[in-house]
Design a protein around this ligand. Structure first.
Ligand code: EPZ
Length: 422
């Protein structure tokens, strides 16, 4: 398995361009199942999760055409020739469950493997199933699959989610576009990726209002049509790299960065003494050598502090001045980066969903293990400022969500290499 080797101590300067949002694409791509005409997405990132979703859609009969640079993807599902999303693909990427709603809305049938848990938690899909049942779907759970039917089509209704779920909101939103009548979705997720999906669905002819608020209203239509849509920037990639100058010192501009995509995160960076400035091309982050200050972080649904930046923030706070508290309120097991940071000399005390981090002056480079996508980049960030060499193992996790991470970090002066192991 490949390794990433970091020699710590360099400050970072230069420019990083932000790519399209992985988590927006993983909802936009299944939307093609809602209509027979082509859906073209631009600003698509080159990531293994995107490849997995393309492969899954192809098994359902979707024609996929991708430009040479990988940035433009045209998806055409003239007809869905197979309504079964098999376990061998779904287990690789949980977002595969997002084919359920659109397939059911288009053809009245869908069989999707239950995704199962992952490193950060049990990740149930009960809220997805709750919403589709409320729309009249008949659901049968058998042999690890959910078999959904709606022989007379889906019916609109008022659906109040018991708790906020990004994926369940996306599945319900896509299904509601073809449900007869007016669907009101309450207590929905407000993430920018939800807004981007709604904007794309509207371009396809869907009647949607309220996206980005806690309530989305959808007037069902008989059919949707093809469209072209540019994917929003990836706010989690952006936030991750913003922490590079925060951790290592320096000054970096992020082309395509938009503060309104991660206001809560930017606020916490500024509270810790990091400068965040809006520029004509995006955002600029600088840290003039003084240690960041400790802060209290609580992860919440958007517009709160994103759980997908918690691990990366912990890497920075490991060398902050003072004691920080990070409360992980979205997932039940999202501190697996902590034991690895402890190996690097961090002082972290985990009590349930709360981590108490006592900042140390410098971390020490060490061999560490990536356990999940965001933990992997947390360790890379920690390595940037550590004394000596850090070797990050199992870097396949990084490739799921970060395009050319070594190239991007080398481009701003970090001493980072990737070793290809057989
Ligand atoms: C999306 O996952 C993102 N993935 C996650 O990013 C992100 O961490 C998460 O939203 C929260 O922002 C994609 O968009 C592909 P949820 P999702 O449903 O939709 C529980 C990354 O690193 N829940 O909002 O699966 C769930 O267990 C990934 O890019 C239920 O109980 O997240 C969690 O505790 C990681 N039942 C909470 O709700 C359900 O039916 C929020 O999950 C669904 C979720």
């Amino acid at each position: 398995m490949d390794q990433i080797i970091i020699q710590g101590g360099n400050s970072v300067r230069g420019v990083i361009s932000v790519v399209g949002a992985k988590n927006a694409c993983l909802a936009l791509m299944p939307a093609t199942l809602l209509c027979a005409e082509p859906l073209t997405l631009t600003n698509v990132p080159r990531l293994s999760d995107i490849d997995t979703m393309m492969a899954l859609l192809q098994t359902l009969g979707v024609d996929v055409d991708r430009s040479d640079d990988g940035r433009v993807v045209t998806l055409s599902s003239a007809s869905i020739t197979n309504h079964v999303a098999h376990y061998d693909i779904v287990r690789k990427m949980r977002a595969s469950i997002l084919v359920l709603g659109p397939m059911l809305a288009r053809d009245g049938q869908a069989v999707v493997s239950l995704p199962g848990g992952c490193a950060i938690g049990a990740r149930p899909v009960n809220l997805h199933l709750f919403a589709l049942k409320e729309m009249g779907a008949e659901l049968e759970l058998k042999d690890g699959y959910v078999r959904a039917t709606a022989s007379r089509g889906l019916t609109a209704g008022r659906i109040e989610f018991p708790s906020v779920s990004v994926g369940a909101t996306e599945n319900a939103l896509m299904a509601a576009t073809l449900a007869r009548g007016t669907t009101v979705l309450g207590n929905v997720a407000r993430e920018p990726e939800i807004v981007d999906l709604a904007v794309c669905l509207r371009k396809m002819g869907a009647q949607i209002s309220g996206e980005g608020t806690g309530e989305i209203i959808v007037e069902g239509v008989d059919a949707l049509s093809g469209a072209e849509h540019t994917v929003i920037p990836d706010r989690i990639e952006l936030g991750t790299y913003m922490l590079a100058p925060a951790v290592a010192g320096g000054d970096v501009e992020f082309v395509g960065g938009r503060r309104n995509l991660l206001e809560a995160f930017c606020g916490k960076l500024e509270e810790s003494g990091i400068d965040v400035e809006e520029t004509a091309r995006g955002l600029r982050v600088s840290q003039s050598g003084c240690r960041p200050k400790a802060v209290h972080v609580v992860t919440e649904p958007f517009p709160g502090f994103p759980t997908d930046l918690q691990a990366q923030m912990m890497a920075m706070l490991s060398t902050a001045e003072g004691v920080s508290i990070l409360e992980e309120r979205i997932f039940e097991n999202r501190f697996m980066h902590a034991p690895e940071l402890l190996r690097m000399g961090a002082r972290i005390d985990i009590q349930g969903g709360s981590a108490r981090v006592t900042g140390v002056k410098r971390l020490k480079g060490a061999p560490v293990m990536a356990t999940d996508l965001r933990a992997s980049v947390s360790l890379i960030l920690a390595g940037l400022a550590a004394n000596g060499e850090t070797v990050v193992n199992r870097v396949y996790h990084v490739d799921r969500g970060y395009e050319q991470v070594v190239t991007k970090l080398k481009g701003i002066g970090a001493d980072v290499e990737r070793i290809q192991n057989s």
